[in-house]
Design a protein around this ligand. Structure first.
Ligand code: PGA
Length: 268
């Protein structure tokens, strides 16, 4: 059995007003209603302040909700953090963890991400664990080593039976449309060959670490400048099980073609 497809929209700090977030989410949810998603799952990750209103607006639709991050403790004196219970309370089913913007701009470590992954699993939130190498690391021949270390340390102490609730997002840092992450790098989407190599490496690691049954079922999303114009070739690869999309997820017009491409692939 091949893994299900998961398409996620990471809105980052791009949609600042609740009203706008609700309007975009509603348009996506309405467009999804016309499609037969089969086993494919679609989520969006708006800002925390918009989660509740968006959750109300998309209630009962096929569109699901994700947090962009969370703390690894339930509650307490932790100014500025967000609890997994609060994400659940407003209807989140997923949570992005270890996004390269969290790692590189805010200094999150694999050890912290590991605590978050374990806490999310305990709380029945599905972690979308983001991993990926920088342009320099790839140039230095470190692509496999960097991704292996991020996987091993972020998934430490996770049991094979918990894997069915985890999604991996391979997001090469150099492909993410973010000039803060990539100050001197020409940002470009991974070619299907580059993505394929990395996804096959990740899959092999998952299978060898967690066993064939658990390791072969986890969806591995590709992320990094995915859009209508390049998603078909990427999603056509059997080793790519969906996408984590930033910029192109900020409107129904740019997000839906990616979802439709994923569904087209699923029908083949
Ligand atoms: P991008 O972002 O699609 O805008 O490159 C992807 C991500 O960071 O998840």
């Amino acid at each position: 059995m091949t893994p299900k497809y998961v398409i996620g929209g990471n809105w980052k700090l791009q949609i600042l007003r609740v009203e706008e977030a609700v309007s975009i989410a509603t348009a996506i949810a309405e467009a999804l209603e016309k499609l037969d998603l089969g086993t494919t799952e679609v989520f969006i990750a708006p800002s925390y302040t918009a989660l509740y209103a968006v959750a109300q607006a998309i209630k009962g639709t096929k569109l699901k909700l994700a947090g962009q991050n969370m703390y690894f403790r339930d509650k307490g004196a932790f100014t500025g953090e967000i609890s997994p219970d609060s994400l659940k309370d407003v209807g989140c089913e997923y949570v992005l963890l270890g996004h390269s913007e969290r790692r590189r701009i805010f200094g999150e470590t694999n050890a912290q991400i590991n605590q978050k992954v374990k806490k999310a699993l305990e709380k029945n939130l599905k972690p979308v664990l983001c991993i990926g190498e920088t342009a320099q690391e790839r140039k230095d021949g470190q692509m496999e080593a960097v991704n292996r270390q991020q996987l091993a340390e972020s998934l430490a102490d996770v049991e094979p039976e918990q894997l069915s609730n985890i999604i991996i997002a391979y997001e090469p840092v150099w492909a993410i449309n973010n000039p803060f992450l990539n100050p001197n790098v020409e940002i470009k989407t991974a070619t299907p060959e580059q993505a394929s190599d990395a996804h096959n490496f990740i899959r092999a690691w998952l299978v060898s670490t967690f066993g064939e049954t658990a390791g072969s079922q986890i969806p591995i999303q590709y992320g990094g400048s995915m859009k209508a114009g390049n998603c078909v070739d990427l999603l056509a690869l059997p080793e790519i099980n969906g996408g984590l999309i930033g910029g192109a997820s900020l409107s129904s017009e740019t997000f839906m073609p990616i979802i439709e491409a994923a569904l087209g692939q699923m029908k083949k």
